[in-house]
Design a protein around this ligand. Sequence first.
Ligand code: MN
Length: 246
Amino acid sequence: MMNRRTAIKHLGGAASALLLTDALRADGIQGGQATAAPAPAPPTGPFTLPALPYAYDALEPSFDATTMHLHHDKHHQTYVNNLNVAVAAHPELAGKTVEELVSNVNSLPEAVRTVVRNSGGGHANHSFWWPTLGKGGAAPTGELAKAIDAKFGSLSTFQDKLTAAALGVFGSGWAWLVRLPDGTLAIETTPNQDSPLTVGHKPVLTVDVWEHAYYLKYQNRRVEYVKAYFQVLNWDYVSGQFAQKA
Ligand code: MN
């Protein structure tokens, strides 16, 4: 019997499609069994999928266009859809931003806490992430450059530490550079779609280490994917955001 890798090698597109289906199911995206009744269309609001601020192929070759389409159009959209379904049943949540929901998840009604944590977190984390990519600048500037040097000694030491944190995430999650309430920087990781906002830490930059972010191109080689991440990290944007929010 062929293992999955062998099957992919032999069957190419067909097996890749199966792999995609598995990845979608892992995120709660419906697999489309022929016998199942079609699910009703999810509400189209109040939350919506933000458009990417660049073309799907803008991050090639580091992040391939196929992965970007799947990641943004399917995975992120599903977090939005599931959050909208939950909010439809709890209209008192509809006036809040997703960041407000995620920041205060522990004070929400218990019935919606898990879906806000997972789907609200997924929406907030991806919405934060997309604009931080885009090949803008090779290094941090201004206040962020100073803060990284003050905390980590050098940019390369920071990159080594963020890489180690990203590689250390067991299963699905994110590695972050955050600003703590005292204003200093820290590297931390969150499992699944948990957000640093929930514990009052402000994201500065992040790397998505869910397999859906890299498996099509990098398979199990997360270290290569994280290296590629630094090639498409938009330091100009991240530095500008940091300076504005200081
Ligand atoms: Mn993701």
